[in-house]
Design a protein around this ligand. Structure first.
Ligand code: FAD
Length: 106
């Protein structure tokens, strides 16, 4: 089985990659799908206290499904709220596409 940290790293990888490849001009269906995805994902995430907090976080900070840039920024901010809760450093959200879509330039 995956431990909590491996599950977290893999999950963030999937979520940020999805956001990185989300359309610039999504259809109404895609906007609706991404909102449903995150509310369902947050409720089913297989780590009980992570799921509880993330569900509440998504409720308080609704997904912005309006474009790739907005969705990626929303997810970066959400991940940063988890980072803050865990005492991890804040990620610079201006580097999101470099990290998750275009590749690190280092
Ligand atoms: P991770 O946080 O897993 O990040 C992976 C990589 O993403 C980093 O190396 C960095 O390159 C990049 N990154 C970091 N921050 C950002 C950002 N803001 N935007 C874009 N990219 C970024 N663990 C707990 O112990 N308690 C919890 O309550 C908890 N809740 C979680 C809720 C969710 C929805 C998820 C997906 C995970 C949760 N986790 C929780 C796991 C935790 O967030 C980490 O995944 C885990 O601690 C491993 O951390 P890491 O240091 O390897 O980096």
């Amino acid at each position: 089985p995956l431990d909590k940290n491996e599950l977290g790293r893999s999950s963030w990888g999937l979520l940020h990659t999805m956001a990185a490849h989300y359309p610039d001009n999504p259809t109404d269906q895609q906007k609706s799908d991404v909102k449903t995805f995150f509310s369902t994902f947050s409720r089913l995430y297989p780590c009980e206290w992570c799921s509880k907090d993330f569900t509440e976080d998504v409720r308080n900070n609704p997904v912005d499904p309006s474009s790739q840039e907005k969705l990626s920024k929303w997810l970066c901010d959400a991940h940063n709220r988890v980072n803050a809760k865990l005492g991890k450093p804040e990620f610079d959200c201006s580097k999101t596409n470099e990290r998750w879509r275009d590749g690190w330039l280092d």
